[in-house]
Design a protein around this ligand. Structure first.
Ligand code: TYD
Length: 223
């Protein structure tokens, strides 16, 4: 439906991403995984959890647009997400540097979020072209959740962001499903996690997938 992704030439080892619609629990699961790693140390790889948009200056502009405090054209937002990602990957202490020195980096949202969300807003072409140069993760976990349930989870938050409404989130889920196949074809290990389960059950599923990454074998430790 959306064509072959065929985006990536390079797969970055030791790099995994969590993706999903708003309210699918990716941030909660990344935090829970952090606790798991803390309990395992020193018998686990160094774990670096991170998220997009970042906390820095570009991320702050993005956040204020997401909160509807700043009116930006959708194309501008697409470019800002890509610029933020470039810094995230290549700045000193960034994702590529850490992966290459043997840390396990897991990022809450990455290129696929742009292909999905900005793809809906701006059409397929712009986010695709802005993100062609970035490496792919070796593992992509998609947290799959009925948008209606996700929306019920989100409703309790103090304020909603521009994409956090049911009609948009239905398109988000559909587009994620349509694009996952292209990642598989590009050689990324793609796993779908049932995000409707309890946080503990989801965490167990996440751990069973993450702990199969080659970095654990290198440590001779595949708990
Ligand atoms: P989210 O990751 O859910 O963080 P928080 O829980 O702190 O709100 O929110 C980020 C929002 O930004 C989410 O709606 C998805 C959107 N987004 C894009 O539209 N494109 C992107 O490239 C990224 C990384 C995020």
């Amino acid at each position: 439906m959306y064509g072959i992704l065929a985006l990536y030439m390079e797969i970055l080892c030791n790099f995994a991403v969590f993706e999903g619609g708003d309210g699918s629990g990716t941030s909660t699961q990344l935090a829970m995984l952090g606790h798991k790693f803390a309990a395992l140390r020193p018998h686990s790889p160094v774990f670096f959890p991170t998220a997009e948009p970042m906390e820095g200056p570009i991320g702050r502009i993005i956040r204020s647009a997401l909160k509807n405090n700043l009116a930006l054209q959708p194309d501008t937002l697409a470019r800002l997400f890509a610029a933020d990602r470039g810094e995230h990957l290549y700045a000193v202490g960034g994702i590529t540097e850490r992966c290459k020195r043997g840390e396990l980096v897991i990022c809450d949202r990455y290129v696929l979020s742009s292909l999905v969300y900005q793809g809906i807003e701006c059409g397929e072409e712009l986010p695709r072209s802005l993100n062609t140069c970035f490496p792919a993760p070796e593992l992509l976990l998609f947290f799959d959740l009925d948008p209606q349930i996700a929306q019920e989870r989100i409703q309790g938050r103090p304020s909603l962001e521009i994409y956090e409404h049911l009609e948009f989130q239905k398109k988000v889920r559909e587009r994620y499903h349509a694009l996952l196949g292209g990642y598989r074809e590009a050689g990324v290990r793609v796993e779908i996690v049932d995000a409707s389960q309890s946080p503990e059950k989801v965490a167990a599923a996440v751990w069973s997938l993450v702990s199969k990454m080659p970095i654990f074998k290198k440590m001779g430790n595949e708990e």
